[in-house]
Design a protein around this ligand. Sequence first.
Ligand code: UD1
Ligand code: UDP
Length: 358
Amino acid sequence: LKVLSVVGARPQFIKAFPVSDALRRDHDEVLVHTGQHYDESMSGVFFDELDIPEPDYNLGVGSGGHAAQTAEMMTRLDAVVADEAPDVVLVYGDTNSTLAAALVAAKRDPALAHVEAGLRSHNWEMPEEVNRVLTDHCSDLLFAPSESAAETLAAEGIRDGVSVTGDVQYDAVLRVREAARERSTILDGLDLRDGEYVLATVHRAANTDDRGRLEGIVEGLASSELPVVFPVHPRTEGALEASGLWSRLADAENVVLVEPVGYLDFVRLLDGAERVATDSGGVQKEAFYLDTRCLTLRDETEWTETVDAGWNTLVGADATAIRAALADDDPLPEKPSLYGDGSAAERIVAALSEYEHA
Ligand code: UD1
Ligand code: UDP
């Protein structure tokens, strides 16, 4: 099978890392990077440290408004799909890169395969919700990380082509956890000790583009008793600077602002954290895999199983709620097994092989 995989944003490099590896054993892969993320710390570092093959194409699209960015990706990708004539276009998650590739594939010959199908926040204001719903409805093969994601698809009338594979990010975490413990020097570098700091990440538009919410998060984090290490996404850096909140964090005694870090360092930070406060999709799951308590800085989540299991708490963006959640010491319940067994990549490739022979 000739599979054209499309990635573009940080979490997609990480999701593609186990899948590409498994895919290349049995099939031909053409890897396309849309260029949605382009800073070394948001893109290059992952290709280097995870040994992801160099993309065959980098579309160099860069940043822009939703329409301009998505349209530019579609135009440039359409030419590549026409030239390469793949059997399958493989997309990940819910970014503008995902949607652009889905629409291109839907209007050309290749089948469309979607990793992380069936996730819903039920918040239509969220750009990612639009991207994931439209992508699912264009897809021929849908790889759901959980039974409940498959049930969501069924409720929307999508039954054909769905397989429950588990979560590829679980595969990714399992692959690097030990290496991160052995090789990452980030804790020493930041003078942090296991179990004695909070990790924070923020980048959702709903938080960065709303001054009230951003301020609530800043004040909540600044009130932490434990040191807070905060690798700052470029979008958030821009928003903090524009709203005058950067200095509030930079001056806070307990907050350590750092550039976005590579995957090994991030997994090490998350593994060692006493808890994590995040609005990231991927980090909520990775926290669960690494036994770290998670506070989600949003009002809803797609990863509802982690909340139901008692390992993830939705705290929103209110300073008082964040302060209270940072101090909450209720013991964590026993951990159920969610999102598969770490062989999602193998299951995805098996489903692709089955499709080839059907
Ligand atoms: C995107 C995805 C989001 C995903 C996130 C992962 C969409 C709509 N959003 O959000 O779902 O969770 O990636 O991190 O696709 N920037 C840089 N350097 C970079 C990349 C971005 O400076 O390498 C800055 C630019 O100012 C840019 C802004 O960050 O305008 C936002 O980047 P963009 O890719 O549009 O969205 P993200 O917020 O990163
Ligand atoms: N991540 C990383 N370095 C960082 C922050 C996050 O390597 O400084 C990784 C993290 O381990 C996870 C992914 O990036 O695998 C999550 O990406 P992000 O939060 O940007 O996007 P989302 O998952 O919300 O789409």
